[in-house]
Design a protein around this ligand. Structure first.
Ligand code: SF4
Ligand code: SF4
Ligand code: FES
Length: 235
């Protein structure tokens, strides 16, 4: 069986090339990538960690859909490429920093009761407010809004904000709601692509709808609707 890998190297011309490899049937994509690296081309670069769907580091796109390489079984003719909306560092490895920064911009953390700052990871663990999100970035890569608005906070930051604002112990819910109005809840088109690709069964689209409802209750409104005004009608 053959798969094609879209590879990137900043110091090569052309920078992006497609290479087709013969792989064993029945293995996971991560096992296939590992076999290529160890037996055919040691320069092939990809990320992996747990090999069991827990760490979120191995997410890539196959035929335009996000998957975890350690959970996906390749099919004949598959085309594998890196996640979208991130600078490709090499081959299938992308720079995840900008996507992670959306968590800070959206204040997607449980706040210390005395300051609008995140509690320590140990305290967050103790209070059991963790999410099942493994930060694989699949939903971020799948979101069509980021194609036209790179500043959009994106699904995993917003779904986490819902988790924390819904927690009655969160004393800074108002400040979190404020942080997600610009390039946030109202910019989502509710297409559901994020929900469809999440390997953890998380539903960011639904969480964003809940955040919109809560935004409305808090007195915020969709700025796009405000633009329509009275549709030019003078009653
Ligand atoms: S539902 Fe919203 S956040 Fe999710 S992929 Fe669609 S536009 Fe992006
Ligand atoms: S919400 Fe799902 S798809 Fe998005 S980063 Fe978390 S685990 Fe990955
Ligand atoms: S290697 Fe950890 S999720 Fe795939």
């Amino acid at each position: 069986m053959k798969i094609t890998i879209r590879r990137y190297h900043a110091e090569r011309t052309p920078q992006t090339v497609e290479q087709t490899w013969e792989i064993e049937e029945g293995v996971t994509l991560l096992e296939a990538l590992t076999a290529i690296k160890s037996g055919k081309d040691p320069s092939l670069t990809f990320r992996s960690g747990c090999r069991s769907g827990v760490c979120g580091s191995c997410a890539v796109r196959v035929n335009g859909k996000e998957v975890l390489a350690c959970a996906y079984k390749p099919k004949e003719g598959d085309v594998v490429e890196p996640l979208r909306y991130a600078k490709v560092l090499k081959d299938l490895v992308v720079d995840q920093k900008p996507a992670f920064e959306t968590l800070t911009r959206a204040k997607a953390w449980l706040a210390d009761p005395k300051a609008d700052q995140p509690v320590s990871p140990e305290e967050e663990k103790r209070t059991e407010t963790q999410t099942d999100c493994i930060l694989c970035h699949s939903c971020y890569s799948a979101c069509p809004v980021l194609e036209t608005n790179p500043a959009f906070l994106g699904p995993f930051a917003l779904t986490r904000v819902w988790r924390y604002t819904a927690d009655p112990r969160e004393g800074f819910a108002k400040s979190k709601m404020e942080a997600i109005q610009q390039d946030g809840v109202w910019d989502c088109t509710l297409c559901g692509e994020c929900t469809a690709v999440c390997p953890q069964g998380i539903d960011p689209k639904n969480d964003i709808m809940l955040l919109r409802a809560r935004s409305g209750q808090a007195g915020y409104q969709d700025p796009h609707m405000a633009d329509f005004g009275s549709f030019g009608l003078d009653f």
